[in-house]
Design a protein around this ligand. Structure first.
Ligand SMILES: Cc1cc2nc3c(=O)[nH]c(=O)nc-3n(C[C@H](O)[C@H](O)[C@H](O)COP(=O)(O)OP(=O)(O)OC[C@H]3O[C@@H](n4cnc5c(N)ncnc54)[C@H](O)[C@@H]3O)c2cc1C
Length: 426
């Protein structure tokens, strides 16, 4: 199999890039030239995983099939996991696919390319903390679903237990940990509303952050407002607290031992160890090192999104955020189109930080936006911040589905929530 452009990883960045390129090349040329590879058959926008985990978003409804997206956006799609990559021979290998009970479904495949974009994202970083096997992570839809199933069981267990108490510990006060703790508290309240008085239980949600404040990458005002909002929701926020070890029933910090029926680790990212085996330079968290054109030192091999280390300002790197992946998809689309047409493309990628928004539950958000006129950043919170946060998801859908389908999908999901409730309980 050979394709002119192969994109490995159909996440926030890779899928947008494949869709934009496919539409640019059109129905005839697109599927012949462009191949998207992902290890999953369906796409979920990663910033919504905390909602899947809490049960406020249904992955069966939210997931979009890559094959259907490929047909409507004029690219080809192959499901498979990248296991070997030879940048000199311009060839990659996808792992064989087995049935859960063992039988071979698809054999190992080799694919050659003229240009390849690596967009395989990142996983979790435990920084060597012992006991990681006792913690849940939110790296993909399956992780989020597994956690959700476990959470429902814990809710049920707590409601019939003697002390009627559930202890949840979330490690990492970045956007993921903050959003997950708020979303879980809402899920808890919804469960309580639907339960008989004899089945009610109490919940302790503790959010632990090693830095002196949560959301330490965002302005202090955003972090102060978020802390206040979480505390109002009765979430226990511990800052300047380092987790030393995770046990099946507690988390040991440098201050105290915190009882835990379940632990979620959301305290840092690291790309796959396998990235070190491809003969491409990587940094200490296994991100591919790229220049200002997102190119690795190998000719025709690019990396984008969370798996790429691209210098932004002196000493700083482009942050691992959905908005960076989105901007890089736009940039690489322009670059690859120019090269396909035999034109030069010398412009560097310039990351424009438009601010950050954090969801604090159903009708509440907080964040900072960069003013395009003032050049400074301004604070935003409440329902407007929440709506703006939701619009980021719509923008992603618009990039892969177009306006009409995005609007139809949004309406269908609103209707679905009205019919079956906000929380997924099965
Ligand atoms: C819970 C949560 C909340 C977040 N909230 C925000 C937010 O509010 N705002 C924000 O800007 N960012 C947020 N982020 C970060 C954001 O999701 C990422 O920065 C963004 O998804 C990165 O895009 P990407 O395309 O680089 O990688 P991803 O979106 O992670 O996509 C990587 C893709 O590669 C595939 N893949 C991985 N390895 C292989 C392989 N070996 N072979 C084949 N396929 C492979 C995966 O299946 C996946 O589809 C959040 C992240 C999480 C987990």
């Amino acid at each position: 199999m050979h394709y002119d452009i192969v994109i490995v990883g159909g996440g926030a960045g890779g899928l947008e890039l494949a869709s934009k390129l496919g539409r640019a090349f059109g129905r005839r040329a697109g599927p012949e030239k462009i191949l998207l590879i992902d290890r999953s058959p369906f796409h979920i926008w990663k910033p919504t995983l905390h909602e899947v985990a809490a049960g406020t978003l249904n992955p069966q409804q939210e997931g979009l099939s890559y094959s259907i997206l490929a047909r409507s956006n004029h690219f080809s799609f192959v499901m498979g996991e990248l296991t070997a990559f030879d940048p000199a021979a311009k060839k990659l290998t996808l792992k064989e696919v087995h049935h859960p009970n063992g039988g071979l479904i698809i054999p190992e495949r080799n694919i050659s390319f003229s240009r390849c974009v690596l967009a395989v994202g990142c996983g979790s970083n435990f920084f060597g903390t012992p006991g990681s096997e006792h913690a849940y992570v939110l790296e993909n839809a399956q992780d989020a679903q597994n956690f959700h199933t476990h959470l429902l069981n814990l809710f049920a267990r707590a409601s019939y237990s003697q002390d009627k108490l559930l202890n949840v510990v979330i490690v990492g006060g970045g956007a993921t940990g903050v959003e997950l703790s708020a979303e879980m508290m809402e899920a808890y309240h919804e469960i309580q509303e639907n339960s008989g008085s004899g089945q009610r239980f109490r919940i302790n949600i503790t959010l632990i952050e090693a830095a002196p404040r949560i959301l330490s990458g965002l302005p202090e005002k955003v972090s102060a407002q978020a802390t206040q909002a979480l505390r109002q929701k009765r979430i226990n926020v511990l800052t300047a607290t380092k987790v030393l070890e995770i046990f099946p029933d507690k988390v040991q910090t440098d201050q105290d031992a915190i009882p835990a029926d379940v632990v979620v680790w959301a305290a840092g990212i690291k790309a796959a160890d396998r990235n070190r085996e491809y003969g491409l330079p990587v940094n200490r968290i296994n991100q591919f090192e790229v220049n200002r054109q997102l190119q690795t030192p190998a000719e025709g091999v690019y990396a984008m999104g969370d798996c790429a280390a691209c210098e932004w300002e002196s000493g700083k790197f482009v942050p691992a955020r959905a908005q960076a992946a989105h901007q890089q998809a736009d940039y690489l689309c322009g670059l690859l189109k120019a090269y396909e047409k035999g034109r030069d493309f010398t412009e560097p990628f310039v990351y424009k930080d438009s601010g950050s928004l954090v969801s604090l539950g159903n009708n509440h958000g907080v964040g900072n936006l960069m003013g395009s006129l003032s050049g400074g950043s301004f604070f935003i919170e409440g329902l407007i911040a929440k709506y703006m946060y939701m619009s980021l998801h719509l923008m992603h859908h618009k990039a892969i589905l177009g306006y009409t389908k995005t609007a139809l999908l949004a309406l269908a999901r609103m209707a679905q929530k009205r019919v079956s409730g906000r929380l997924k309980l099965h």
